[in-house]
Design a protein around this ligand. Structure first.
Ligand code: CTP
Ligand code: MG
Length: 179
């Protein structure tokens, strides 16, 4: 596979994992998932993890995967992108939100307030969550569509894309912090 093909394929299979966090930023608000409950005097997840952001984010990731499946036949003349199974789409999108939530749980245990930056964790939490959940829920799809070099590319491009998307979100006034 050419480098461009590798980049394009990695971006394609990760799109259902990339969108949920960004949609959550646009749609977040209302009821925090942890209901403001504390564990050892510290919030379980914090106000930044809401039912609305999470559910709309997951739904958006799922729709994106279904859209890519529908688009795929139109692109075969140019490039053969992988097809998603529904389990793969679901686990990529849901795993992203679960990974992001796990990071908030860790951040609260470390005593960091909502929005505090933890470099590394913030940029990779959703990628790791997606890959782990997809490996558990759709192992055959994962094995046939995710080569080790794609995982390496994902670990490099994901932080770059995440930082850029958050910067744009901040400049446009959707996000409170530029990270
Ligand atoms: N958001 C949400 N539900 C989620 C994830 C995000 O509603 N599951 C929304 C919230 O409005 C949140 C914003 O998106 O404030 C930015 O998300 P993120 O950076 O993940 O959360 P933080 O506010 O930085 O909180 P934390 O410190 O817990 O990461
Ligand atoms: Mg944040």
């Amino acid at each position: 596979m050419s480098l461009l093909g590798l980049l394009a394929t990695t971006f394609w299979v990760l799109l259902p994992a990339y969108l949920p966090n960004n949609i959550a930023v646009l749609e977040g608000g209302n009821e925090p998932i942890d209901e403001e409950k504390k564990w050892h005097q510290k919030r379980i997840l914090g106000d930044g993890k809401t039912w609305r952001g999470t559910s709309v984010g997951i739904a958006g990731g799922i729709l994106a995967g279904m859209f890519l499946n529908a688009l795929r036949p139109e692109l075969t003349a140019f490039y053969s992108f992988p097809e998603f199974t529904f389990k793969a789409i679901f686990s990529l999108a849901t795993g992203a939100m679960l990974g992001d939530m796990a990071a908030s749980f860790i951040k609260r245990r470390l005593g960091k307030s909502r929005g505090a930056a933890v470099p590394g964790l913030d940029q990779l939490d959703f990628l790791v969550g997606s890959l782990v959940l997809t490996y558990i829920m759709a192992p055959n799809w994962m094995r046939s569509n995710f080569t080790p070099d794609m995982i390496a590319v994902a670990l490099i491009i994901t932080p770059l894309l995440h930082v850029s998307a958050n910067r744009i979100g901040y400049e446009l006034g959707y996000k409170n912090e530029p990270w």
